[in-house]
Design a protein around this ligand. Sequence first.
Ligand code: HEM
Length: 461
Amino acid sequence: MSSALSPPHTAPLGYETGRLKRSLAFMQNPLRGFKPEVYQSGLTQHKSFMMNMWVLTDPSGVSDVLVKKSSSFRKSNLNQRIIEPVSKEGLITTHSKQWKRQRKALAPIFRPRHMDTLSESISDVISDFLSNLDCNSHRSIDLKTAMSDLSFDMLAKTLLGDAKQASDRHLRQAANTAIETCGTLRLSDFLPLLSRLPRPLSPKALTAIKVLKDGARQVLKSQHERGDKSNLVALLAQQGHQQLPLNEQVDNLTGFFIAGHETTAIAMTWALYLIAQHDDTQTRIREELLSVSPSQVTYKNLSNMPFTKAVFYEAMRLFPSIPIIGREVIDDVEILGQSFKKGETVIIPIYVMHRSERFWPQANQFDPDRFMRRPELMSTKNSYYLPFGAGHRVCIGAAFAMMESLLLIANLLHNFEIELKDKNIIKPIVTISLRPDKPIWLTYKKIKNNVRCVQKENVVV
Ligand code: HEM
């Protein structure tokens, strides 16, 4: 293992590339299709055969779009096309009064005071995950698949509260299929006329969405009947009873699965990928963990782990789970002295901003200490660090995602040393999120006897 390994970067195509080649590259992996000047300039116009859009990376322009002049924008048409089949009446896709009413009803569920209670279920899921690792005689895992299963389990247990439903393979399969099928970009998404029509979906995708929605409806019904208050759905049912109609509760539940499952899995995957390559980082995290707790790390310990938190922030800088956010102009507006016309699209490429030397010295290097030296960089008011977005549509699940990810990293490293099995260069590619382009195999060695292999039926790690 070498500390000198710098994280892979998907660089844009060169200046000499023709329009058609760039447009096709954009479609296959938008990170390659941006012009190289996007890394240096705050506002560029991207015109091609298929698209015409503003690409904005200037922090004050970004702050105008997401915060100060946000009423002149709405979520982009592409966002709507992807998410609407799964969550048309939920927080992610609604606008104006409907969105405002829902955000007000749902925000209290994700407040820090609930995190302590929810963290107990998260810790249970992590304990099971660690004991399954211990049972796996191969001592290696496909990181993305393992994190995807784990993040599903964490969300299912805290959202649904019911262990039986949480382990329901149909629901897991349906969530994965919905993300895979709806989240893959298509040519029609970039053709001006076709992109205004609803996206046709395969029978497989439609069945998966039906399974998810039926599951959500059933879970909400049983929560109403039981009056349980220990999980997110119970809180949703309780809050929503007064404020949200049933169809909005259902769509928010499916929306949380879509918005919260893949994003968290990806963030944990890239963080562990980076940690596994840096012995010094692994040692420092472990020293910090030992100073806060000799055994299991709990939610209460997290506030005393600044370095572990800085590592996770640095991982989200290099590999933001949502690498691009888009908005559509709904009222003519001036941004950075430039007139943006109604109907135009604005892209904020978070990945590009996070890798730009304008804001980050040695931008492509893994250096968690940049967040230790300048903790203010983590603030959501900083508009060039945007892993959770910004403004009134900032991620509602950010505190929840931080809790899940930090508890996993801490408890995994408390018990195991991790290493990459091979030295394959893994590149990030954009689908609905920033995925690794090939499987990342992680090997691990037990260093403590805190976790013990507990054999369970049908458990596959
Ligand atoms: C590391 C994990 C996560 C990342 C990186 C992430 C990132 C983001 C980003 C960038 C946005 C803003 C999108 C935009 O402005 O267009 C967003 C919105 C949202 N996220 Fe997350 N997210 C994560 C986890 C979660 C979780 C765990 C949940 C729920 C359980 C969740 C629920 C939502 C919802 C509902 C929205 C829409 C909020 C609104 O428009 O009012 N996210 N997320």
